[in-house]
Write a protein that binds this ligand. Structure first.
Ligand code: ASP
Length: 352
């Protein structure tokens, strides 16, 4: 994966960052023939941001050989990114990942689980308009993301966690959700406060930022992709539910329920879920609401789920729930312990 470019002259005292370019709108151009946006070469992207050379930082870059639209993102690439960060971890003070906004929250969530005991910033950013366009939001996003990744206090990184920076706001990565396909403010973190806000000053919300771990970084190398998401809707039929629960090899299902974790009380539905759980399928209940959390047992329509062994996912986003399942399935040897692990907050991804 990719080639390295050096953007500044190294001196030993200066902070150093690794800028990883995966693709996304930030580095796209309009195809002259079709008018569609497609990824272009990383060095041309850097030409658009001469400001990068003004930083008193050593910035190396690593570009994917073939930049991708983030709709083509895949767990295998999350593993490659985690490996890349682990491989270069000691050599850099922080990492910035340029990534399409469409699946940025998934990648940020997955990386938060894969990089256990992370003690340095990993900041994902991108843009809604390509960096070469006059009104691009990409420049500010990139420049401030770099500043955040290099920020320290008393010699320690200010934000030692995986985060997303977009449109003047810094979010915890695994609390983030893309909610707007058009506005520059494309992300929100409905259940967790901002980690920082950029105005004239960069104001860090230190109380909300993770404390640096005392243990050494551990980069996990496996994920189990045998998971799926089922979003409930009024009128959902046994055919739809059975088709999902019957997927060959499926290990876990994210169930997107109504409100605080509620689902239809129809007997066929509860029976189907109960049978699947008895067969060994894990079912994790999260809400389809943008904010708030699942409280199984608050209503009759959720206490039945609790009774049959559906695991309550509190206020996790779909992105965090899905990647947490992939991670926990791959890393928990004793399958009976998985529900217990899922109920814990592993990387600040949920309120417990
Ligand atoms: N389709 C693009 C992507 O996710 C959108 C973006 O970058 O904002 O790669």
């Amino acid at each position: 994966m990719g080639k390295k470019t050096q953007l500044a002259n190294p001196t030993s005292e200066r902070k150093s960052l690794l800028l990883i370019y995966t693709g996304g709108t930030i580095g796209m151009i309009k195809d002259a023939r079709t008018g569609q946006l497609k990824p272009f070469d990383f060095n041309r992207l850097l030409d658009e941001v001469p400001e990068l050379h003004k930083f008193d930082l050593d910035i190396d870059s690593h570009a994917f050989d073939t930049p991708i639209d983030s709709s083509d993102m895949h767990p295998a690439i999350w593993l490659q990114l985690a490996h890349l960060i682990g491989f270069h971890y000691d050599a850099y003070d922080g990492f910035v990942i340029l990534h399409g906004s469409d699946t940025m929250a998934f990648t940020a969530s997955a990386l938060s689980f894969l990089l256990e005991n992370l003690g340095k910033p990993v900041v994902l950013t991108g843009s809604q308009l390509p960096i070469g366009t006059i009104r691009t939001d990409g420049k500010e996003n990139l420049i401030t993301a770099i500043e955040i990744a290099a920020a320290s206090k008393n010699g320690k990184p200010l934000v030692p966690e995986v985060c997303v920076y977009f449109e003047y706001r810094l979010y915890r990565g695994n609390r983030t959700h893309k909610f707007n396909a058009e506005h520059f403010r494309a992300f929100q973190s409905p259940n967790y406060p901002l980690l920082a806000e950029a105005g004239i000053h960069l104001n860090y919300n230190e109380a909300a930022i993770a404390t640096a771990p005392t243990k050494k970084l551990r980069v996990h190398t496996t994920l189990d992709p045998r998971v799926a998401v089922l979003k409930l809707f009024p009128g959902i039929t046994p055919e739809v539910v059975d088709a999902m629960l019957g997927i060959k090899g499926l290990q876990a299902l994210v169930l997107e329920t109504f409100g605080s974790g509620n689902a239809t009380t129809e007997a066929w539905f509860v029976d189907a879920l109960e049978k699947a759980i008895k067969r060994g399928l894990l079912i994790l209940n999260i809400t389809q609401c943008a904010a708030g959390r699942v409280e199984q047992g608050r209503y009759q329509t959720s206490s039945q789920l609790k009774k049959i062994g559906v695991v309550g996912g509190s206020d996790m986003t779909t992105e965090a729930a899905l990647s947490k399942l992939m991670f926990v399935l791959a890393t928990t040897a004793d399958k009976r312990k998985i529900p217990v692990v899922l109920r814990k907050s592993l990387r600040g991804e949920m309120t417990v």
